[in-house]
Design a protein around this ligand. Structure first.
Ligand code: CTP
Length: 335
């Protein structure tokens, strides 16, 4: 008789503040080390004690983490340190087999390793940290006394034009220039794209399809995850990564912040996304509606409007990249 094997349950904890694609990539790798992924979202108090206040609240961080497709269960208010108490309580309660963390050091204020105990008892595994993106760096960039801060919440490249609230008092007008060199930290390997795309839920031929377009340079944002969650109840939806890099450059005057493949992976990381058309032109054309291929220019929605299948929806959350940036700048002393 074949013995029934219990699924391997892995646990990754973290602050997951200002969710970025490094977090998504960490959770993807963690899930590969087991069958079910439990994520501990560290409490506001523990983050304050160990690295200073988070920008996003526990509720906001939970929403973002739960929106990613590799996450099976979430534990709110998780501890920062893997203590004996954690091993005797939550670790057992959630049937956790291994604790996973990136290969960057995670130190407590006294300099000791937060995962020492898990390592000692052979319950620790490691994944590769994604270079070039970090919540700490993102917050740090907002704390410089520049009049204009060009910044992306996700890559450290240019996305927002943001005016510091003390801007008028500052003589030196510093502009942080875009990096000419776009550094990529996730390789667009087919096997990685497959892992991002693997939760495809079915055939578009039989599904009611909702198209939602965007450049998705700062995905996942809280507002986006919320709107996708609402739409998910309405239909299977088919989401395209707007616009090829050249179309973005034509419209904005600068190249996109994230490569097309980074934008594609960021969108695919969200559990509410079924499919992505990679690198579409700007306008939704008749051909694209028939064949699911995009073409055209000017009003991108002229065709779907004329066909009466265009709808504007309101996000349940008003939070945007700009309001998060405002939150950071307004509280810059605390961070
Ligand atoms: N992580 C990662 N790659 C990144 C950032 C984080 O693999 N670029 C991993 C961390 O190693 C950790 C998990 O994501 O296992 C949750 O990280 P979190 O505690 O939110 O991140 P920090 O590393 O503290 O955050 P930061 O982004 O500020 O560096």
């Amino acid at each position: 008789k074949r013995e029934h094997k219990r699924p391997v349950r892995v646990y990754m904890d973290g602050c997951f503040d200002l969710m970025h694609y490094g977090h998504a990539n960490a959770l993807r790798q963690a899930k590969l080390l087991g069958d079910q992924l439990v994520v501990g979202v560290v409490s506001d108090e523990e983050i304050v004690a160990n690295k200073g206040p988070p920008v996003l609240s526990m509720e906001e961080r939970l929403t973002l983490v739960s929106g990613l497709k590799w996450v099976d269960e979430v534990i709110p208010n998780a501890p920062y340190e893997i203590t004996e108490e954690f091993m005797n309580t939550l670790f057992k309660k959630y049937n956790i087999d291994y604790i996973i963390h990136g290969d960057d050091p995670c130190l407590l204020p006294d300099g000791t390793d937060a995962y020492e105990l898990a390592k000692k008892v052979g319950r620790y595994k490691q994944i590769k940290r994604t270079e070039g993106v970090s919540s700490t760096d993102i917050v740090g960039k907002f704390n410089t006394p520049t009049v204009r801060i060009y910044h992306t919440l996700y890559t450290g490249r240019i996305l927002l034009t943001f005016k510091h609230k003390d801007a008028d008092d500052i003589d030196e007008k510093v502009e942080v220039k875009p990096n000419d060199e776009l550094k990529t930290s996730i390789m667009p390997l087919c096997c990685i794209i497959e892992q991002y795309a693997h939760m495809h839920s079915g055939s578009f031929a039989i599904a009611r399809v909702v198209y939602l377009d965007g450049s998705f340079e700062s995905f996942p944002t809280l507002g986006m995850v919320e709107i996708l969650r609402v739409l998910d109840n309405l239909a299977t939806f088919f989401l395209w990564v707007s616009t090829d890099d050249q179309s973005i450059r034509d419209r904005r005057g600068h190249r996109p912040i994230m490569h097309l493949h980074e934008r594609t992976l960021s969108v695919l990381a969200c559990r509410h996304v079924d499919e992505v058309i990679i690198g579409t032109p700007w306008e939704v054309s008749k051909d694209m509606l028939d064949e699911r291929v995009l073409q055209g220019k000017i009003d991108p929605y002229a065709v779907p409007k004329s066909m009466g299948i265009f709808k504007i929806i309101t996000s349940p959350k008003s939070i945007t990249s700009v309001s998060v940036a405002t939150r950071i700048v307004d509280n810059h002393e605390a961070y």
